[in-house]
Ligand binder design. Structure first.
Ligand SMILES: O=C(CO)[C@H](O)[C@H](O)COP(=O)(O)O
Length: 237
């Protein structure tokens, strides 16, 4: 297994071990790290005969839940989630995350927000002293397709940087999210107050969500390639 994947797996196993309890409603994030989390969850559900319900944050997450024969539910049926697990693209010391590298940020943020605990699992390469220095692909912003151009121009004019329309792979044209929208990856100037700007960006009509998760993470599990895991709680900061 690649070194980075060892870190992802170690973090995911430890997070699932610590947080999952019988009877919980569990949010399932998206990306490659959560795959290890779902594998571990399925193992525990089987071996301990746990009764849980899972809420997906994407089509990928829904498929993972189904493939592992875990019970699938919806926010309509279970509007309060006990714990949501997800990966991240970059995380700073305040446990603020950039998410959305996989294009699922809006559903991910909804599920995280309505969870009693939002737990991030990541390999150690995701840790950063300053957001934007290890994840160089920009802050993902989900927008309504009809408004992408004026939103792009407004962000660049008002806040600087480049808001790049994410292009699909193996399909001509832009990437279309699970909710039928476009993503602008905003390569922001490092000197901006990212939280303040993200709060401004969200008020532009046609912007649905951005991938900055501020004050949401209860606990970060950061896995290293030797199998060790740092557990970093919100209270530490
Ligand atoms: O935000 C996400 C998807 O929208 C993912 O959680 C993020 O991209 C991390 O992915 P990975 O676990 O593959 O590193």
């Amino acid at each position: 297994m690649a070194a980075q994947n060892l870190g992802k797996q170690a973090a995911a196993i430890r997070a699932i071990t610590d947080y999952v309890k019988n009877g919980q409603v569990i949010g399932i994030g998206s990306g490659s790290t959560i795959v290890y989390g779902v594998q571990e969850l399925a193992k525990r559900v089987k071996s301990e005969n746990l009764s849980v319900k899972c809420i997906p944050t994407s089509f990928q997450a829904q498929q993972l839940i189904i493939e592992h024969a875990l019970p699938l539910t919806t926010l309509e049926q279970c509007p309060v989630i006990d714990v949501a697990f997800d990966g991240a693209d970059e995380i700073d010391k305040n446990l603020t995350c950039i998410k959305g590298g996989g294009g699922c940020l809006t559903q991910e943020k909804i599920v995280a927000y309505f969870s009693r605990a939002f737990v991030v699992m990541a390999d150690s390469s995701k840790r950063s002293d300053k957001l934007g220095t290890t994840w160089m692909k920009g802050l993902p912003i989900e927008v309504l397709p009809l408004a992408y151009k004026p939103i792009q121009q407004t962000i660049e004019k008002k806040y600087g940087g480049n808001a790049v329309l994410r292009i699909a792979q193996k399909k001509a044209g832009p990437l279309v999210t699970d909710s039928g929208n476009f993503i602008l990856d905003w390569e922001f100037p490092l000197e901006v107050d990212l939280t303040a700007v993200a709060n401004g960006v969200i008020n532009i009509p046609g912007v649905l969500e951005h991938g900055l998760f501020v004050g949401m993470t209860e606990c970060l599990y950061l896995g290293h390639q030797d199998g060790s895991v740092d557990i970093i709680n919100k209270q530490k900061y």
